[in-house]
Design a protein around this ligand. Structure first.
Ligand code: CAA
Ligand code: NAI
Length: 247
């Protein structure tokens, strides 16, 4: 099992879904974890639970769409822990609608969180990692960023964009000892898929060779692998974790 003792891991959107499970897996492997999320009540509860269990964990209420807040909180993180080894750029939202019905507001909200937020957190984290000459940045893409999806113009644009950012940052940061990869999950059982009609989910299971939706653990394990020394020669890649889904 990979050991992250003494490593500092920042997880955006870490108070729920895939982010929370990713935090759990890093904590189980000895890491110190900082969570950024809008949901303070969920974040505070997790910190209490995990601190009581003896883990080193910290929560900050941060909106990743606010560049000044991201910059200030990244400075505070550096003061608090003295280093940043791994960023899991995970915060994301959906506002699904067909192209016909999607409002400019729904377009902008999703671009703001899923693309601007990823850029702001990646940019400020990279500053710390460049100075250290080490670090790993992991970005949350999606299978729909690879294939497209009915009703998700905004979300798909951001998740394809994240693939471009990943490949670009891998080129820029490799010589500074920083690896950058993306994970493209299939449909995973979290609150995010609650908005998907049941008949769409059933159809998706039928198109998945492994015959089920994914679980947050499936994605957390991929982040842990890509952050580990076992992935020391992997950068600029997109790991699809989707049960073989083709649609
Ligand atoms: N493929 C083909 N046709 C589809 C379709 C699909 N996936 N989804 C809907 N349609 C068709 C409907 O059958 C309907 O056809 P008719 O007009 O001929 O009856 C038409 O499109 C309109 O559908 P709705 O009545 O559902 O229209 P709506 O405007 O109320 O909603 C929608 C449209 C928002 C796209 C809704 O169908 C929806 O939410 N679909 C799911 C979108 C989705 O997959 N989101 C993924 C969220 S999870 C996630 O994003 C995580 C990740 O990374 C994978
Ligand atoms: P989720 O909705 O369960 O959790 C997302 C978390 O992000 C929440 O805790 C939320 O409060 C936080 N968040 C939202 N906006 C924020 C903001 N502006 N600033 C800070 N935090 C914010 O979602 P889930 O399913 O855990 O998804 C995590 C990531 O994985 C997202 O980027 C998502 O797009 C991606 N993903 C999810 C898939 C799925 O099927 N669930 C599939 C493919 C990708």
């Amino acid at each position: 099992m990979a050991d992250f003792t003494g490593k500092v891991v920042l997880i955006t959107g870490g108070a729920g879904g895939i982010g929370r499970e990713t935090a759990q897996q890093f904590l189980d492997r000895g890491a110190n974890v900082e969570l950024w999320d809008m949901d303070k009540s969920a974040g505070d509860k997790l910190v209490k639970k995990w601190s009581d269990e003896g883990h080193k964990v910290h929560f900050e209420k941060v909106d990743v769409t606010d560049f000044d807040a991201v910059k200030d909180t990244m400075n505070a993180l550096q003061d608090r822990w003295g280093q940043l080894d791994i960023l899991v750029n995970n915060a994301g939202i959906t506002r699904d609608a067909t192209l016909k019905k999607m409002s400019p507001e729904e377009w902008k909200q999703v671009v703001d969180v899923n693309l601007n937020g990823v850029f702001y957190c990646g940019k400020t984290a990279a500053e710390v990692m460049r100075e250290q000459e080490s670090g790993v940045i992991l970005n949350a893409s999606s299978v729909v960023g690879v294939y497209g999806n009915f009703g998700q113009s905004n979300y798909v644009a951001t998740k394809s964009g994240v693939i471009g950012l990943t490949k670009t940052w891998a080129r820029e940061l490799g010589r500074k000892g920083v690896r950058v990869n993306a994970v493209a999950p299939g449909f995973i059982e979290t609150p995010m898929v609650d908005t998907v009609p049941d008949k769409v989910l059933e159809k998706l299971k039928g198109q998945t060779p492994l015959g089920r939706l994914g679980k947050p653990e499936d994605i957390a394990s991929a982040y842990v692998f890509l952050a580990s020394e076992q992935a020391a020669f992997i950068t600029g890649t997109v790991l699809q974790v989707d049960g073989g889904l083709v649609f």
